[in-house]
Design a protein around this ligand. Structure first.
Ligand code: SF4
Ligand code: FES
Length: 368
């Protein structure tokens, strides 16, 4: 049976970023600026994505504002008929630049929040003055009237700020908040000791989100990614492998999920060599874990196998050493108990230092 067409594309325009967040999910090996796709190639890829059935384009990074041609890219995406969402820390965006993005037709902004006050936000982002600039950018976003989603990344250090993050989303006029407990992929794997929430924090976050969802129905939509090491069932990662979306990374490789390069036996096609349609339907990486046939037990005979598709392949690889294993978050996995014990051990490392995201040639282009 032919797989469904994708509906979403995440374009990682660049790995460059002014922040140094320890929870960064970009890979440990980053793409350098001189290997990034150029404007024309991205524009062609946007057209191919629209032809393939993609409706939503998420412009991400790194920090997408680090690309000087961001406005041109938005124009190209809108010309292709895509709904455009800019995922940004706000650093590198000026009032003038936001006005240009508005004129270019940008549909939506998703602003990340590292903390709800300068002390927390600037420490986590590794960028002095970042919170102040972000709040200024939030004001400009509100003045232009962009639909806004706030993306609060939470972990052991800042989970107590969740109630304030929910208030801030309302004060900023956001229609949606993504409460994303840190997922341990890429660079973030180095920071499990520093960032792993305690079980009590994870449970408290579940309670706060459930209550807020009741109270804020019709006012604020809350998307929630729980602290999955402390859960009993895994997340449906990427909506199911090769089911609804894909990522194009700065050098043109097309990935089924943002951490797929951590699975060593997979090879990834590039937009320079093949059409997106060929890559989506026929690519080896996309077919490796598509559907349910690849599953072993206990997933193969489980009634939830088309609900969560066995969880996250990258997490299975990272923790069990086998990308086709049941995600160890699942209570039916033989590794579930060990994972929960491991989570408690990480969460008990109260003095663990933050390991900041760094890379050679780290830079962002100056704001105009
Ligand atoms: Fe999901 Fe597999 Fe666990 Fe069933 S056994 S709940 S399919 S991860
Ligand atoms: Fe790769 Fe979940 S991050 S499948």
């Amino acid at each position: 049976m032919k797989p469904p067409a994708p509906i979403a594309m995440l374009a990682e325009l660049t790995h460059r970023c002014p922040l140094s967040c320890p929870y960064c999910s970009n890979p440990v090996e980053l793409t350098r600026q001189n290997a990034e796709l150029d404007t024309q190639t991205w524009a062609r890829v946007f057209r191919e994505a629209a032809d393939l059935g993609v409706l939503q384009l998420h412009l991400s990074g790194g920090e997408p504002a680090s690309r000087r041609d961001l406005t041109e890219l938005v124009i190209a995406a809108r010309e292709a008929g895509l709904y455009t969402n800019l995922i940004t820390s706000g650093i590198g965006l000026t009032q003038k630049r936001l006005g240009e993005l508005d004129a270019a037709g940008l549909d939506h902004v998703q602003l990340s929040l590292q903390g709800t006050n300068p002390e927390m936000a600037d420490e986590i982002g590794g960028y002095n003055g970042g919170f102040k600039r972000k709040m200024q950018v939030a004001e400009w976003i509100g003045a232009i009237g962009f639909p806004l989603t706030l993306n609060a990344v939470l972990h052991r250090r800042n989970l107590h700020q969740l109630p304030r993050a929910l208030e801030m989303a309302q004060e900023m006029g956001a229609r949606r908040i993504e409460v994303a407990t840190v997922q341990f992929h890429g660079w973030a794997l180095k920071n499990r000791d520093a960032l792993m929430p305690t079980r009590a924090q994870a449970q408290e976050a579940n309670r706060i989100v459930a209550e807020a969802r009741k109270q804020l129905t019709g006012t604020l939509v809350i998307d929630y990614v729980p602290a999955d090491y402390h859960e009993d069932y895994p997340k449906r990662c990427m909506g199911g492998w090769g089911t609804s979306g894909f990522n194009v990374i700065p050098d043109g490789q097309v990935l089924p999920c943002h951490a797929a390069q951590s699975i060593p036996h997979l090879t990834f096609d590039r937009v320079q060599d093949k059409s997106l349609g060929d890559i989506w339907y026929k690519g080896e990486a996309f077919n490796a874990y598509r559907g349910t046939e690849w599953m072993a037990e206990p997933c193969q005979s489980c009634e939830r196998k088309t609900i969560d598709f066995g969880g996250c392949r990258c997490q299975a690889l990272a923790i069990v050493g086998d990308a086709s294993a049941t995600d160890p978050v699942c209570i039916k996995s033989p590794h579930h108990g060990a994972l929960q014990a491991q989570a408690d051990t990480h969460a008990a490392q109260v003095d663990a230092p933050l390991v900041y995201r760094t890379f050679p040639g780290k830079e962002t282009e100056p704001a105009e």
